[in-house]
Design a protein around this ligand. Sequence first.
Ligand SMILES: [Zn+2]
Length: 302
Amino acid sequence: MKFELQTLEEYSDEALKEELRRVAGALNGLRLTRERFSSLARVHSSTLEKRFGSWRAALDIAGISENIAPRVRVISRDQVILAIRDYVAENPAASVTQDCIAKRLGTQKSFLSQRFGKWANLLSEVGILPAPLGRRYSDEECYENILALWTHYGRQPHFGELKHFPSTVGPKAYVRRWGGWRAALSAFVKQVSEPAALSVAPSSPELPRENQTTIVVVPAPRSIPLALRYKILSRDKFRCVACGASPAKDGGVDLHIDHIHPWSRGGQNVEENLRTLCSKCNLGKGAKLEDAQPCGAGDAAR
Ligand SMILES: [Zn+2]
């Protein structure tokens, strides 16, 4: 059953721009590419290109930020070096990773390495020594990465998979921290099986030192603790409960944990109120406001 309007009601410039913004907003930080847009929107990207002259122009006119949709452009070596210098000036204590410079330039890490070769060479040109041990990942980041891979493959990830997309934390980090992959996985499983971890709020963003003495009233967190996300994902077998799509079987599927009774209306971070949806079904829900019941799922179905 289709639950989503497949066409726009009108094709004014404003309606097209609005559709761009809607899809961009629903991607939860994923990059807005032409392909993603066309698969999720109620209009094809070519319509926007025709209307506004080019995809890039459409993004500009709709005010979509470079972070969400980097414009295709040539980045020179000088620009990269300048970006590194600026970054170091602003973050003197941080190590300069290819990732953060790519982000700053609105491009991908792979683009930088393809174009400029070894990162260490580029850094030494600027007079920076690459951090000898690489970046230090927190336990939380390591666990998040395991969960991302577990979701991607629909099963316990293998050590070798740490080197490949969508992994963002390399194998060395796990070996350094836990001594080996097996031990790292046990730590992860222990982490997600702790009954207490299900209700523990994720760590709040670090406050500047001077703010630490002020009392901060923290509302019920919208973000769902790792252990609970793992529980919901494995309960739903790493598939969208509405349409059955899974990253393991269907490429390009992103799964989200959805609040059945919306968090904005007081829906709780509890197992009964959470379910796994793909971004497409999740978007359909958002588009029809929160009362939509994707593919017949919803309160009644659980
Ligand atoms: Zn779905």
